[in-house]
Design a protein around this ligand. Sequence first.
Ligand code: NAP
Length: 289
Amino acid sequence: MKRLLSGETKVVGVFGFPVRHSLSPAMHNAAFQDLGLDFVYVPFNVHPDNLEAAVQGVRALQLVGVNVTIPHKESVIRFLDWVSPEAQQISSVNTIHNSEGLLKGYSTDGQGFMESLGPMAAEIRGKKCVVLGAGGSARAIVHALAIRGSEVTVANRTLSRAVEIVETLSKLLGNRSIRAVQIESKEAREAVAEANLLVNCTSVGMFPHIDEQPIPSEWMHKDLLVYDLIYNPIETKLLQAARETGCKVMNGVLMLVHQGAISFRIWTGIEPPIKVMEEAVLAGLQRMP
Ligand code: NAP
């Protein structure tokens, strides 16, 4: 059924650059339609030079809120009135809520990752985890795992970036078990051998470089849950190798859905239809190259 926009329609959206390939509009609009909510989600291509004006526009245009994606997640913080403690700790905001003119910033990536694990999230405490990568998503996931009492090894190509995450979070969170290693190293191999959870937060294996994988297949073992944040392709080379090794595997679709679901709750106060959102993402992926 076609939706009619009116003066009553509430507007949310996403600021990114580029934003053309975002799956969030399809995911959120499917949820609004399913619940019959008079909301619309719009992609906004915001050049970094225009970010401050765009954030002011959230107030001026009375948008309910926006998601913020690459490259704005860190730079947007200085334009907000309030930032959640978690978003401050990882220096990243992916959701803005316009609360009667007060712009509040949140990060839903870490919690979205944990919610996507479902019942397995309860088993994380005290478990050994290896996070590959030291970019924005790695920072959110290392934080989410560390505050839940996991032992985390951060393995990155550029060791200094992994060290920076470990030093910052260790200082902020107190005496947690987080350490940094180089990704192509004996230490990384040993950490994977002892781990229960391996999370790929690098972009290695993402379309169009689908023949690449961040670590050798032989490092993995059947007691490992291998979670790849990448969702294009749905099964990366890493996940294919993990499945053949007998590991449990997860791709990035559910994290995308759950981080979006948390934004949806922040904006509407309503529980979103997770399955509808997941189906919209999967349909959107089929339309991608
Ligand atoms: P980012 O900040 O750009 O970080 C990229 C990471 O990948 C860095 O650690 C980088 O290492 C590493 N890397 C890139 N090319 C490499 C190579 N050839 N060999 C080894 N390491 C390499 O990216 P991000 O925002 O964290 O995103 C990472 C991935 O997660 C992307 O594929 C993104 O699509 C996905 N993601 C998914 C979700 C979801 O909801 N499912 C959410 C966020 C992100 P260096 O530090 O050495 O450069």
